[in-house]
Design a protein around this ligand. Structure first.
Ligand code: ADQ
Length: 483
C-alpha cells in the first residue's frame, strides 16, 4: 500500500502573508483534527485550495508558498477568483448546499455554475493524478468535489478511492430535481467506498442510484460494470479529549485566569443567580434554523411569561458565505428579529437575547459551553452538527441539558438529549420549560450515557474506521465481479 492522499476543497492550513513572509497556520476545525491520525508523517499528502486566489497570490512568493505547504504535508490547487465564484459560491453553495438541505426554492440551476464546477473538479482530479501513484489510497471529502472520484478512476482504474459526504444526502424526490443528477451520481461512483453520517443518507443515495441509473443494488453494495461499490454510514465524532481537557483546565484556572467574556458571564450569574443561560452556536446559515429559533424563543416567553427575566438566550453566529444573497438576507432578518424582541421585552435588568455575530477563539467557545445551563440547537437540516457533541463533552460535572433538532444527523446517536421538531413551537416551548426545570440527577444520568458514547466513538476512531473499511475493501478483493 502506498501513501494516503486526502483531498478537500480547503486545506487544513491557513496562509498568512505579511511583509513577504509566509506563515502556514494549522486549522483547528473538526476535519483537520479528525484527520490528524491519517495525515501524519511522510505517509500522506493533503491536496486542496489554499484560500488564496491566483490573483491574490504574489507570483514571487509562489515557490515559498509551495514550500510552506509541503512542510505541512500539503499541496495546493490553484484557483482563479472567477473559478472560486462559479465553483464554490456558485454550484457548491447556491445549487448543491440548498438542495441537499431541502431548500429547493433556494437552489439555482445555472449552467455556468455547473460548467465551472466540472472544470474545477477536473483541476482537483488532475492534481491528485499528478501527485499520486497507482498504489496510493485516496480519500475525497465533501460536496464540492463529487465528480473527482470518477475523474481519477478514469486514469487510475486500480487505485483505492473513498468519498465522504459531510452534509445530508437528500431523498430521491429532492435529488431528482437536479438537472445534472446522473453526472453527480456517476462522479461519486468512481469511488470504492462512499461514506455518509447516517443510515438515512445512505438509503437515500442508494435509492437515487437504483432509480436514476437503474443499477443493481444489494444491501449496501452497488454493482457497476465489473466493480462493486460499497456504501456505509460513519457518524463523525469530535476530539473528545480536547474539549474535556479544555473544560477541566478552565475549571482549574478559574481563579487565576479569566477571559473578558468569562468575566461578563460570571457577573451576569452573580447578579441574577436564578437566571438560566441558553446557548445556541452555529455558522450563520439558513439550514441551522436560527431565525425560527428566535421566533420560538419569543413564543416560549409569551406562553410561559413567568420565565421573563429568568432566562437569557445567547446566540453566537459565525459569519459564513456572506457574498451569497440568501446569507445576506438571513443576516438582516436575524438582526431585525433580535432588535425587535429585545426592544419589546427587555427590562432595566434584563436583555432576553445576547447576540454575537463573529467567530470566537477556542477559549471563548469553552467559556460559553461551560457557563450555559442549556444548549438549544435547532437546525432544519444538518449533516451531523458537532456543536451538540462539543457542548456535552465540556460538561465535566455532567450537568447541562441539550435540546437538539431531530433533523440533525447527531440526533441519531444522541437519544438522551431532548429531541425536538424545530417547526413545532408548542413542543419547543414545552421542551425549554422541561430543560429549565430538569432535576440535576436526570441531567447527570442522561449526560453520562452521551459522554461515554462520544468518548468511545471520537473523531480519530471515525477516520480510522473509514480508512480501514477502504483498505479492507481493497484487500478483500471484492472489487471485481467474476465474469
Ligand atoms: P458545519 O455546518 O460548519 O459543518 P458543525 O458540525 O456544527 O457545522 O461544525 C461547526 C464547527 O464550528 C464546530 O466545531 C464549532 O465549534 C465551530 N464554531 C461554531 N461557532 C463558532 C464560533 N463562533 N467561533 C468559532 N468556532 C465556531 C459541516 C456540516 C455539519 C457536519 C460537519 C462535519 O454542515 O452537519 O457536522 O460539516 O462533518
Amino acid at each position: 500500500m502506498g501513501k494516503t492522499i486526502i483531498i478537500s476543497n480547503r486545506l487544513p492550513i491557513q496562509l498568512q502573508i505579511s511583509n513577504g513572509n509566509i506563515d502556514a497556520i494549522p486549522s483547528v476545525g473538526g476535519l483537520a483534527t479528525g484527520m490528524k491520525s491519517v495525515h501524519s508523517g511522510n505517509e500522506s499528502l493533503w491536496v486542496g485550495w489554499s484560500g488564496l486566489t491566483q490573483e491574490d497570490t504574489p507570483p514571487e512568493l509562489e515557490k515559498d508558498i509551495d514550500e510552506a505547504l509541503e512542510k505541512n504535508g500539503c499541496a495546493k490547487v490553484n484557483l482563479s477568483a472567477e473559478e472560486v465564484e462559479g465553483f464554490y459560491f456558485g454550484f457548491s453553495n447556491r445549487t448543491i448546499w440548498p438542495l441537499f438541505h431541502y431548500f429547493l426554492e433556494y437552489s439555482e440551476f445555472e449552467l455556468d455554475f455547473w460548467n465551472t464546477y466540472r472544470e474545477v473538479n477536473r483541476k482537483f482530479a488532475d492534481a491528485i493524478i499528478e501527485k499520486s501513484s497507482e498504489d496510493d489510497v485516496i480519500w475525497v471529502h465533501d460536496y464540492q468535489l463529487m465528480l473527482v472520484p470518477q475523474m481519477v478512476r478514469e486514469k487510475r482504474p486500480n487505485t483505492s478511492i473513498g468519498f465522504f459526504l459531510h452534509i445530508p444526502f437528500p431523498s430521491y424526490e429532492i435529488f431528482r430535481t437536479l438537472p445534472w443528477r446522473e453526472e453527480v451520481l456517476q462522479g461519486l461512483l468512481g469511488s470504492d467506498l462512499i461514506g455518509f453520517h447516517t443510515y438515512d443518507y445512505e438509503r437515500h443515495f442508494l435509492s437515487s442510484v437504483r432509480r436514476l441509473l437503474g443499477l443493481e443494488v444489494s444491501f449496501n453494495d452497488i454493482y457497476l460494470d465489473n466493480r462493486v461499490i460499497k456504501v456505509d454510514s460513519f457518524p463523525m465524532g469530535i476530539d473528545y479529549k480536547k474539549f474535556k481537557t479544555a473544560a477541566q483546565d478552565h475549571e482549574q484556572n478559574k481563579n487565576t485566569h479569566k477571559s473578558d467574556l468569562q468575566k461578563r458571564l460570571d457577573s451576569h450569574k452573580a447578579s441574577a443567580p436564578d437566571t438560566k443561560l441558553i446557548l445556541s452556536i452555529d455558522r450563520l446559515d439558513y439550514s441551522k434554523g436560527i431565525a425560527k429559533r428566535i421566533n420560538a424563543f419569543e413564543y416560549f416567553l409569551n406562553k410561559y411569561p413567568e420565565y421573563k427575566e429568568k432566562v437569557r438566550l445567547i446566540i453566537l453566529a459565525v459569519p459564513s458565505r456572506s457574498n451569497v444573497p440568501q446569507y445576506q438576507l438571513l443576516k438582516r432578518e436575524i438582526d431585525e428579529l433580535v432588535g425587535r424582541i429585545n426592544g419589546e421585552l427587555a427590562t432595566v435588568n434584563w436583555t432576553p437575547i445576547w447576540y454575537f455575530y463573529r467567530s470566537l477563539p477556542f477559549e471563548n467557545l469553552i467559556d460559553l459551553y461551560t457557563s450555559s445551563d442549556i444548549a438549544w440547537l435547532t437546525p432544519l437540516r444538518d449533516g451531523m452538527n458537532l456543536v451538540a457533541k462539543e457542548y456535552i463533552a465540556t460538561r465535566t460535572d455532567k450537568t447541562g441539558v441539550l435540546i437538539l433538532s431531530e433533523m440533525a444527523g447527531s440526533a441519531y446517536e444522541m437519544n438522551e438529549a431532548l429531541l425536538i421538531n424545530p417547526n413545532n413551537f408548542e413542543e419547543q416551548a414545552d421542551t425549554l420549560k422541561r430543560a429549565i426545570t430538569m432535576p440535576e440527577e436526570e441531567q447527570k444520568s442522561r449526560n453520562t450515557f452521551l459522554q461515554n458514547r462520544l468518548e468511545r466513538y471520537n473523531v480519530e476512531v471515525w477516520a480510522n474506521e473509514f480508512m480501514n473499511a477502504l483498505k479492507q475493501k481493497k484487500e478483500g478483493g471484492d472489487d471485481f465481479i467474476s465474469q
